[in-house]
Write a protein that binds this ligand. Structure first.
Ligand code: NAI
Ligand SMILES: O=C(O)[C@@H](O)C(=O)[C@H](O)[C@@H](O)CO
Length: 267
């Protein structure tokens, strides 16, 4: 294991209790996962690569190890169907950067055993994460469906010249994001009126009218991509040092927010 870590081929390592193995670039899978009760695969978002790795893991693990994927969007049925240990398989989708953004989406395969879900949930809580359980798989799970809905409309609004890229991002960071850092969209509705039903009574027509103006799925290429890329690159040059410096600033903000959220914990 130590050799693997030093080789740089193994991102992460077995946890102190030798319970958790993070799998990314292992050259010796058996050695990397020996003694692990929970294996988190973190290789690039490539279905064939992940299927290959889970196929190899399937041959070497026993009936107790949980096999988990970090995948952003690949469905459990695509990843795990046909594996001998499919009941022990699950997606545990983290959010970047996972050390400051604690959410983890736990997504089952139709054959995932309920105990696999419960053990994964318990481990993520123990690790200080904020896990949510999806009852069934869906493309993009929940976080990326919400995130891509926002990105899709952001792309359209900038592409159609309604707003600049910078101001679009401000609408999120100094507007919606302020609230969403503490309460989600449904609780926001609930508090913005006298409860959800009152909100719907007041705003359902307006919401449907606006939503009916939403256009087709953007191509995320061409002139609009160039326009947004130019705006963002002027703000943060695509230079490793500049990107890293901005990520460090982002992480410092998230660290302070995490402390504030801990202080404000209401439940
Ligand atoms: N980066 C992000 O913000 C997030 C990523 N994810 C998901 O996590 C997974 C990993 O994402 P990243 O860390 O961004 O990926 P990445 O592209 O940075 O690669 C992760 C690791 O895989 C290893 N690797 C590359 N080719 C390999 C191969 N052929 N065989 C074995 N290992 C190989 C690399 O050494 C690297 O350490 C993906 O499925 C991604 O969708 C999920 C949430 C957020
Ligand atoms: O945004 C995130 O951190 C996660 O939701 C991800 O899965 C990936 O980074 C995603 O945005 C890539 O599409």
């Amino acid at each position: 294991m130590k050799e693997l870590e030093e080789s740089g081929f193994l991102k992460g390592a077995l946890s102190a209790e030798k319970q958790l193995a993070l799998i990314s670039g292992c050259t010796d899978l058996k050695a990397a996962v020996e003694g692990a009760a929970f294996i988190q695969e973190c290789t690039p978002e490539n279905l064939e690569l992940k299927k290959k790795i889970f196929g190899q893991l399937d041959l070497i693990v026993d009936d107790n190890v949980i096999l988990s994927s970090s995948t952003s969007c690949l469905l459990p049925t695509k990843l795990f169907t046909g594996l001998k240990h499919v009941k022990q398989c699950v997606v545990s989708h983290p959010v970047n950067p996972p050390y400051f953004v604690p959410l983890v989406e736990i997504v089952p395969h139709p054959e995932t055993d309920p105990s696999t879900i419960e053990k994964t949930y318990a481990l993520m809580k123990k690790a200080g994460q904020s896990p949510v359980k999806l009852n069934k798989e869906i493309e993009g799970f929940v976080l990326n469906r919400l995130q891509y809905a926002v990105i899709s409309e952001a792309w359209r609004l900038v592409g159609e010249g309604v707003v600049s890229s910078t101001d679009l991002d401000l609408v999120m960071s100094d507007g919606l994001g302020m609230r969403y850092a503490f309460i989600g969209p449904l609780e926001t509705m609930h508090l913005n009126a006298e409860g959800i039903s009152n909100y719907c009574e007041r705003y359902h027509e307006g919401m449907r009218l606006v939503l009916n103006t939403f256009g087709p799925v953007p191509e995320f290429s061409g002139e609009i991509e160039q326009k947004i890329n130019q705006a963002m690159s002027e703000k943060i040059p695509v230079v490793p040092q500049q990107l890293d410096a901005r990520r460090e600033w982002r992480d410092e903000c998230l660290a302070h927010l995490a402390k504030l959220k801990k202080q404000m914990k209401s439940d």
